[in-house]
Design a protein around this ligand. Structure first.
Ligand code: UDP
Length: 284
């Protein structure tokens, strides 16, 4: 591997056509039925899992290229400080809540939010629909061999599923043209990019015009879960808002700051926002 992406490469000014994207994506979302709420400065779609699937299927068949990603508490904290990331999220066609913190927080602010949609849960199910619709997938991201293992496991379960290519997510800039050519040659309809947030969003946004797939989708650590390399944790915890605890137990060194410090900070910010909204609405 040639090292992680250099975040400094994704600074403002690197993408000259950004102003057009605002026109193309921000204001002309094709999903009139999907409501987007402004939560902590990020416009999040209020969609349940079924609606998410419908939108993704719809977008995969459109002529126009579409971008999809998720947000959780950690993403919100990053977006609070990193304005480029926030701007990209708000230019993305579909942003769904993947963390329960975003759902609870948005509800506390008075918004309706159907629930969280976590790719590790829904992707095997979605892949059955992708297979039925003949949609081709390319998996990009995670450590060498992981995306391939994830694809093999899925195809063993869903023989009609077309995963037309995989590539790990640890490559240098000099390898990018070759990887993009491989993706385009595969004739994939959907590119799943699992570099984690915000790296995947920056990468997708920067390279979208060179990429042929109609749907570019940030999926975080999905391939680690689908390959079975990262355990999901007991269902009781995962389904009741404690998945972060399972992830923390699996990778404490990497994730303690994200979950222990980050979750606390997120709760404080949500409560602060709630109180401010109360005073704004009730004090003349
Ligand atoms: N990753 C990658 N390339 C990088 C850095 C990270 O492919 O340069 C992968 C990493 O191997 C892991 C995923 O990105 O599979 C990040 O997972 P994480 O759970 O942190 O993402 P999240 O869903 O929480 O944003």
């Amino acid at each position: 591997m040639d090292g992680n992406y250099n975040m400094n490469a994704f600074q403002p000014g690197h993408d000259p056509d950004d102003s057009n994207r605002e026109k193309d994506y921000g204001n002309s979302c094709a999903f009139s039925s999907a409501r987007r709420v402004d939560f902590m400065g990020v416009k999040v779609h209020d969609v349940d899992r079924q609606q998410l699937l419908q939108h993704v299927l719809f977008m995969s068949k459109e002529k126009q290229q579409r971008l999809v990603t998720y947000v959780n508490a950690d993403c919100m904290l990053i977006a609070r400080k990193n304005l480029d990331y926030r701007r990209i999220l708000n230019l993305t066609d579909l942003v769904y809540p993947d963390g329960i913190g975003v759902v609870w927080g948005a509800r506390l602010w008075g918004y309706s939010m159907a629930g969280r949609s976590t790719a590790a849960d829904f992707m095997p199910l979605f892949c059955r629909s992708f297979a039925e619709h003949g949609l081709r997938l390319f998996f990009l991201g995670a450590k060498p061999g992981v995306a391939e293992e994830a694809a093999q496991r899925l195809v063993a379960e869903i023989p009609d599923l077309k995963v037309v290519g995989t590539h790990h997510g640890y490559f240098g800039k000099e390898q990018q043209p070759e990887i993009i050519a491989q993706i385009n040659k595969s004739e994939a309809d959907i590119l799943l990019v699992g570099f984690g947030a915000p790296l995947q969003e920056f990468w997708i946004h920067k390279h979208k015009d060179m990429l042929a797939p109609g749907l570019l989708w940030g999926v975080g650590g999905l391939f680690d879960f689908l390959s079975g390399r990262t355990p999901r944790g007991p269902r009781l915890l995962v389904d009741h808002g404690f998945e972060w605890l399972c992830r923390l137990a699996a990778e404490p060194g990497r994730l303690w700051q994200r979950y222990l410090v980050g979750n606390l900070m997120f709760i404080v910010l949500v409560l602060h926002g709630r109180i401010m909204r109360f005073f704004k609405n009730h004090v003349p």
